[in-house]
Design a protein around this ligand. Structure first.
Ligand SMILES: C[S@@+](CC[C@H](N)C(=O)[O-])C[C@H]1O[C@@H](n2cnc3c(N)ncnc32)[C@H](O)[C@@H]1O
Length: 239
């Protein structure tokens, strides 16, 4: 069973487009600052690109998407195909695992930059243990050395009081130039995290050590449901 994609994901993403718009805009603003060196892009965990701004994708000459969900490829083409065709971007959508055979995927696309698109934070649900998930994230990080790559992923998620914050994502999120910030260390992060109005225990998605130290990390609030939020982190590493 695919615990991170499939029809339920597509249904939720389609239904919650307006609630998720703030987070999508923030992902778009982060990507607008990314100036890729490569003209070819692999997107791993692309799904239908529900949270992906097509204007950034249009800057590439060639895009290959990977997703294990058989609905992802047709829905990605449906959502973005026409605009990518208009910009002359060649699009190939693959229904396959791109994480287990990551080194082979990288060898097959030696000139491509890679975007892990909200997939690495879910590995803890796909692996039998937290240790195995952490080890896989560590291995992915090592495989990406010497490549141009980026990731947007869950850092934490958990229950929130529904009354506050008001509709939509909190705006004006800080982005900070520290790889492993914690609220105790960084006042901007403390201010950012306070906006969630969190209650109870939050889940650690094991992604804290994914980026090389010093990578500029953008922090994005994703109000997934009225009573449950995700704290996304996004970063891009030049070759
Ligand atoms: C949260 S969704 C991604 C959302 C997507 N980026 C969007 O904007 O709609 C996570 C996706 O990762 C996919 N996925 C999980 N494991 C994968 C793997 N090993 N290789 C490729 N895709 C994978 C899931 O099928 C799911 O569609």
């Amino acid at each position: 069973m695919n615990r991170t994609g499939g029809l339920l994901w597509h249904w939720r993403a389609w239904q919650r487009q307006s609630q998720w718009q703030g987070a999508c805009d923030d992902i778009g603003q982060w990507l607008d600052q990314v100036q890729p060196v490569r003209q070819e892009l692999l997107i791993i965990g692309a799904s239908a690109g529900w949270m992906m701004p097509v204007r950034w994708l249009q800057g590439f000459k060639k895009i290959t998407t990977f997703d294990i969900d058989s609905w992802a490829a047709p829905l990605f083409r449906w959502r973005h195909g026409r605009q990518l065709q208009a910009s002359g971007t060649e699009l190939t959508c693959c229904t396959s695992d791109a994480l287990t055979p990551l080194d082979a995927v990288l060898r097959a696309h030696p000139k491509a930059a890679v975007l892990f698109d909200n997939v690495l934070g879910q590995l803890r649900f796909q692996q039998p243990s937290i240790d195995l998930a952490s080890a896989q994230i560590d291995k992915i990080s090592r495989s990406m050395r010497a490549r141009e790559w980026g990731s947007v992923h869950d850092a934490y998620s958990g229950p929130v009081y529904p009354a506050r914050p008001a509709a939509g994502a909190p705006r004006g999120h800080p982005s900070v130039r520290v790889a492993h910030p914690s609220p105790a260390q960084n006042p901007e992060i403390a201010q950012f995290s306070a906006q969630f109005n969190a209650r109870g225990e939050w889940l650690d998605h094991l992604t804290a050590n994914l980026f090389p130290r010093g990578t500029p990390v953008h922090h994005i609030a994703w109000p997934y449901a009225p009573n449950y939020s995700h704290w996304l982190q996004a970063g891009w590493i030049a070759p």
